[in-house]
Design a protein around this ligand. Structure first.
Ligand code: BGC
Length: 694
């Protein structure tokens, strides 16, 4: 290959009308395009977002796709198997729309529940996010579509994302966010990794030599390529620092990885060698994933098959948070059911930004949130065509089911007085590029729920939220179902769970704090100093240091355990219509430690439990770390013995010599959640230190 040819592979455009750039004929509108090289039969790369399906890009392509539920809904399934199925499904659709790269694999840890992209990510624990995210990648790549994982690394909040500088010490990062990526890479072998917008310890994530050349490529031996996020490349020397490809180059000040890189390669051996390695990495992934063997072919989408997978994930990801006096599942005998709010008459909510997917015909309700600007179309508050109200009516033909939009608390309360049962649909819209300022439900919905609960004790709240909310009315309602953003068939999924056709089995992959005061940073980073704008650029030279050493590796439930703080609902929590007994925890040590336990369905319905094992104490002191989990289906009365492998890295601490397991006693507990630990076991481990081959 000539240097010219190599450099052709190293930069790409945003593949939609933007500025003066023309998208070449025949290239599908999507996130990105990198031309191929005909002389060498190297295929072009056609890129689309993202983890929840083939993104809608404001309808620019004129087509729809299957919308999977949000990342936190998927995370709530705790099921690598479902992640793999979801990944294969969306890759099939990407392929049928002409794409061979899915910008999927969002696995940033939810360090802050207000982060605008919390809904895209899988949770707050590195083992859980790594295993689930890796499974999704494997599913995508099984269909000859390259997946990435993103955003490398440490990017928990959105407002001003281009000038955040995350400060964290190496050990804390290795044991948290980096561990999630490390596990996902091992599990899924993603062809590419997308670096983040922000800085980490002073260096831009996409020009971060210690992270890209050091941790990723040298320590972990990662063989794929690092692509930039769209508009995150500042200079040509990012190539020397470990970035392999500039994406969406019209969003940067210059095509740094175009002519300037070619000139550098022609003059300077360091650049020549780098350009050779950079292009080799891209080719390696093209051939490893086989996109040359099975090129994308335009074909119709099987929306029925897609809807079935989306609905299964939605149903298995919904989390039953409260169920006083077993008000759920709903009795088929209720005569007067009142449904309130959340556009439940029309559809179900989706999160916004680059990841947003819409089905055929586009959204049923679309509320613009920005009047102008190139990103306005992807920032709308959109609802999928799957009405919970209609699904409830279909399921309860004997009842009179009425609807109120929930704009006024007083009106909702009067209507609630006359109903046997009230179902309030409460929503919290989230978007890439924006954070939420607090954990309230927006536009006065907390007041609506409080007024309705006062008027009718049989109030069931269905939440469609991007992430955790505070629920000041939580003690006054009969039941709460967290449905997240439930995707293409969310309305049907919600009705199936409410009426008991499906037994809820989701478990929270994030802690629901009682208030923002419990968070490591009660004030949202930069909220007062930054004007919201989608791209998150600041003024030239602006930097915002964010201290992540406050919690360090103790993200989410680990922070709550360290502080002895009681959350509203803990990580790992979720109720069922049946009951489970968890017992018999046993742990073995040695080089390949494992845990085993017994799960028994002690109730009268089929159900699934998620066995969770936590490390609670090491020779260095008390801790709380998820070390293994397994989702198990059980018939009434059925018991199963389950064994899970324990990754030694979750037992170890990162030290100056690498991973270290201190010699001594390790105590483990079996949990119904991170806060409800039932049975303990302990094991002696001998001291062990290991590092990556240098
Ligand atoms: C997002 C990425 C996305 C890219 C391309 C960026 O704004 O941060 O996650 O893949 O755009 O659309």
């Amino acid at each position: 290959m000539t240097n010219d040819e190599r450099v052709t592979l190293l930069n790409g455009i945003l593949a939609m009308p933007y500025g003066d750039t023309k998208v070449p004929e025949g290239v599908p509108f999507g996130a990105g395009y990198i031309p191929g090289i005909a002389r060498l039969n190297i295929p072009a790369l056609t890129e689309t977002d993202a983890s929840l399906g083939v993104s809608y890009i404001g309808g620019m392509r004129g087509d729809g796709a299957t919308a999977l539920p949000s990342g936190l809904a998927m995370g709530s399934t705790w099921s690598p198997q479902l992640m793999r199925e979801g990944g294969a499904l969306i890759a099939g659709e990407a392929h049928a729309k002409g794409f061979n790269v899915l910008l999927a694999g969002g696995i940033n840890l939810v360090r802050d529940p207000r982060g605008g992209r919390a809904f895209e990510y899988l949770g707050e624990d590195p083992l859980h996010s790594g295993l689930l995210g890796g499974a999704a990648v494997a599913g995508i790549q099984s269909r000859n579509v390259i997946s990435k994982i993103k955003h490398f690394v440490l990017t928990p909040t959105e407002i001003g994302r281009q000038f955040h500088n995350g400060i964290i010490n190496e050990g804390a990062l290795r044991m948290s966010d980096l561990l999630a990526f490390e596990i996902a890479i091992e599990e899924g072998q993603p062809g590419s990794i997308m670096c983040a917008y922000n800085k980490v310890n002073g260096a831009q994530a996409c020009g971060n030599d210690p992270l890209l050349n050091g941790v990723l490529k040298k320590d972990w031996g990662y063989k794929g390529w690092v692509m930039s996020d769209w508009g995150s490349v500042r200079a040509t020397d990012f190539a020397l620092k470990g970035l392999d490809q500039q994406s969406g180059s019209q969003l940067d000040a210059a095509v740094h990885f175009g002519k300037p890189l070619l000139d550098a390669a022609n003059q300077d051996k360091r650049y020549r060698d780098k350009v050779s390695d950079m292009s080799r990495r891209i080719l390696r992934s093209i051939y490893a994933v086989g996109i040359d063997q099975n090129p994308p072919r335009k074909a119709p989408i099987d929306f029925t098959a897609g809807a079935a997978v989306a609905q299964e994930i939605a149903e298995k990801g919904m989390v039953l948070l409260k169920n006083q006096n077993n008000v759920l599942p709903l009795a088929a005998s209720a005569k007067k059911i009142l449904v309130i709010g959340g556009y439940a008459d029309a559809g179900v909510l989706s999160g916004a930004g680059s990841s947003q997917v819409q089905g055929e015909g586009g959204p049923v309700v679309s509320l613009p949130t920005m009047a102008e600007g190139p990103f306005a179309p992807i920032m709308a508050q959109n609802y999928h065509r799957s009405s919970p109200l209609q699904a409830i009516r279909a399921r309860a033909p004997q009842a009179e089911v009425t609807f109120r939009d929930g704009r006024y608390p007083a009106e909702a309360a009067i209507a609630a007085k006359n109903a046997d049962l009230v179902i309030v649909f409460a929503t919290q819209w989230m978007s890439e590029g924006l954070d939420v300022p607090d954990l309230s439900l927006p536009t006065g919905q907390d007041e609506v729920v409080a007024a309705v609960a006062k008027a009718n004790p049989n109030t069931v709240v269905v939440l469609q939220t991007g992430g955790p909310v505070a629920m000041p009315w939580q003690g006054d309602v009969a039941a709460i179902l967290e449905a997240w953003y439930p995707g293409a068939r969310g309305g049907e999924g919600i009705a199936a769970v409410l009426f008991g056709d499906v037994n809820p089995s989701g478990r929270l992959p994030v802690t629901f704090p009682a208030s923002v005061a419990q968070l490591p940073r009660p004030g949202l980073p930069g909220a007062e100093t930054i004007e919201p704008n989608f791209q998150g650029y600041g003024k030239p030279g602006q930097t915002l240091d964010i201290d992540y050493n406050i919690e360090g590796a103790d993200v989410g439930y680990r922070w709550f355990a360290r502080k002895g703080a009681k959350p509203l609902y803990p990580f790992g929590y979720g109720l069922s219509y049946t009951s489970f007994e968890r017992s018999g925890l046993a742990v073995t040590g040695g080089k390949t430690p494992s845990a085993s336990f017994t799960l028994r369905n002690t109730g009268a319905r089929d159900g699934a439990d998620i066995g969770q094992v936590y490390l609670v104490e090491t020779p260095l002191g008390k801790t709380r770390r998820l070390v293994g989990f397994s989702r198990i289906d059980l018939k009434p009365g059925e018991a199963r013995r389950v064994e899970v492998a324990i990754d030694p890295r979750v037992l170890a601490d990162w030290t100056s010599k690498g991973w270290k397991i201190a010699g001594g006693t390790y105590r483990f507990a079996l949990g119904a959640s991170a806060d409800d630990l039932i049975e303990e076991a302990q094991v002696q481990l001998t001291e062990r230190t290991w590092n990556y081959a240098k």
